[in-house]
Write a protein that binds this ligand. Structure first.
Ligand code: SAM
Length: 345
C-alpha cells in the first residue's frame, strides 16, 4: 500500500514539475464536492448545505468527471461535500481514482469514519476538520461533533492512513489556537488553521462571529510563532511571511490587473486558476472557497475541456489566504512546500 502511495506521489510530482517548466495550464488538483448532504450544520460553511436543492452528483457523472479531468492532467482528487462519507458509493469512487493511478484525499467531519474505515484504508490522506477544544469546536460545528472528530482521527491513525487536521477560526475558538496545535502535536500529525471565508450575500445564524482586524493579526502572529518552534504547523514560513506583510485588510483580493495594489506589495501571483479547481455539486467550478458562488463555469454543461479553457477568467490575482498561497508555492516548486506536501499528500 505504501508503495502505491509513493508511486502516486511521484506521478503527481512529475505533473507539477512538467506544468511549471512548460508553463502550461493544467488542472493538477481537483476538489470535488460529491454531495451537498451533510450530517452537521457548521454555521460558517461556504457550501450552505441548509439551503441547497441539489443533493448527490450521480455516480456515473462523478466517474465521467474524474475520467475527463484525469485526461486533462488531474493527478490529485480531493473529495469533499457536504459530507463525502454520507455517500454509499464512496469506496467505489476512491477505488476508481486509484485505478487511474491518481492521488485521492478526503476531507471529513469524521462522524462516519469508524463505520466506513474499511473503505478508507487506501486513501492517500484524510483531513479531519477539528476546530478546537470540545466546547468551541461544538459551537462551530454542532454538539457531539468534537468527540466524533477525535475518534475519527484515532481510527484513521490506527488504520495507518496519513491524517491531518484543519481548523476554521471564529470568535468561538479564537483562544484555542495553541490547544489545536498541541492536540496535533500529541497525535504527531500536521495542522492548518485559517480564517473563515465569508460572503456578503449570506445570512449566518451566529452573529458577530468573525475575528476583528486586530484579532486576525494576533491569530496570524500566533500561528507564525508556533511555526518557528513546531514541525506540526502545516504552513510554509514563506506563506506566513507573505500574509504578515500584507498591507491591506485580510479580506482584500488584488484584481487581475493589480490596479488595487496601491502599495505595490510584491505579489505572489496565485496559481489556483491555472493548476486547480473546486467543483460544486451543480458542476460549477471555482478557483477557491474565497471566490465561491461568483461566476462559476459549468463543467457539466460545457464539458471538462471547454470549462477548463474558460476557467482562467476570475478577476483575482492574489490575496491573503494562506492555504491558497501555500498551494501556489507548491505548484511553483517552492522547496519548503514540497517537503510539507511529501508528508501529507
Ligand atoms: C466544506 S467542508 C466539507 C467536508 C466535511 N463535511 C467537513 O466538515 O470537513 C470542507 C472544509 O472546508 C471548511 N470550511 C467550510 N466553510 C468554510 C469557510 N467559510 N471558510 C473556510 N473554510 C471553510 C470546513 O471546516 C472543512 O474543513
Amino acid at each position: 500500500m505504501k508503495l502505491n502511495r509513493l508511486a502516486r506521489k511521484i506521478r503527481t510530482a512529475k505533473a507539477i514539475i512538467s506544468a511549471h517548466l512548460l508553463n502550461r495550464r493544467v488542472p493538477i488538483m481537483a476538489n470535488l464536492l460529491l454531495t451537498s448532504r451533510c450530517n452537521l450544520r457548521c454555521f460558517y460553511c461556504y457550501v450552505n448545505v441548509e439551503n441547497r436543492k441539489d443533493a448527490d452528483i450521480p455516480h456515473e457523472k462523478i466517474i465521467k468527471t474524474v475520467n475527463d479531468l484525469y485526461a486533462l492532467g488531474t493527478r490529485v482528487f480531493v473529495l469533499l461535500g457536504g459530507e463525502p462519507l454520507v455517500r454509499k458509493d464512496i469506496g467505489q469512487i476512491i477505488r476508481h481514482i486509484h485505478s487511474l493511478g491518481a492521488v485521492c484525499e478526503l476531507i471529513t467531519n469524521g462522524l462516519l469514519v469508524p463505520k466506513k474505515i474499511d473503505q478508507l484504508r487506501e486513501l492517500d490522506s484524510v483531513c479531519v476538520s477539528l476546530d478546537g477544544l470540545r466546547k468551541s469546536h461544538d459551537l462551530n460545528r454542532g454538539r457531539g461533533s468534537y468527540d466524533a472528530a477525535v475518534k475519527a482521527i484515532d481510527t484513521l491513525l490506527a488504520a495507518g492512513v496519513p491524517t491531518r487536521i484543519k481548523a476554521v477560526i471564529t470568535q468561538n475558538n479564537k483562544n484555542d489556537v495553541h490547544a489545536i496545535h498541541d492536540f496535533a502535536k500529541s497525535k504527531g500529525i500536521m495542522v492548518t488553521m485559517s480564517l473563515a471565508c465569508t460572503y456578503e450575500d449570506r445570512e449566518y445564524n451566529q452573529e458577530n462571529s468573525w475575528l476583528l482586524p486586530d484579532e486576525e493579526t494576533r491569530f496570524y502572529e500566533q500561528v507564525t510563532e508556533l511555526k518557528r518552534i513546531s514541525p506540526n504547523i502545516g504552513y510554509s514560513s514563506r506563506a506566513l511571511d507573505y500574509v504578515a506583510g500584507w498591507p491591506y485588510s485580510k479580506k482584500h483580493i488584488v484584481n487581475r490587473r493589480g490596479t488595487n495594489n496601491p502599495q505595490n506589495y510584491p505579489l505572489i501571483p496565485c496559481l489556483r486558476q491555472d493548476r486547480s479547481l473546486y467543483m460544486d455539486v451543480d458542476g460549477c467550478i471555482y478557483p477557491c472557497a474565497n471566490m465561491w458562488g461568483k461566476g462559476g463555469i459549468n463543467l457539466f454543461e460545457l464539458g471538462a475541456e471547454k470549462a477548463w479553457k474558460q476557467f482562467n477568467s476570475f478577476n483575482c490575482s492574489s490575496c491573503a489566504s494562506i492555504p491558497d498561497i501555500d498551494i501556489t508555492l507548491l505548484f511553483s516548486l517552492f522547496l519548503e512546500n514540497w517537503f510539507r506536501a511529501a508528508r501529507f499528500l
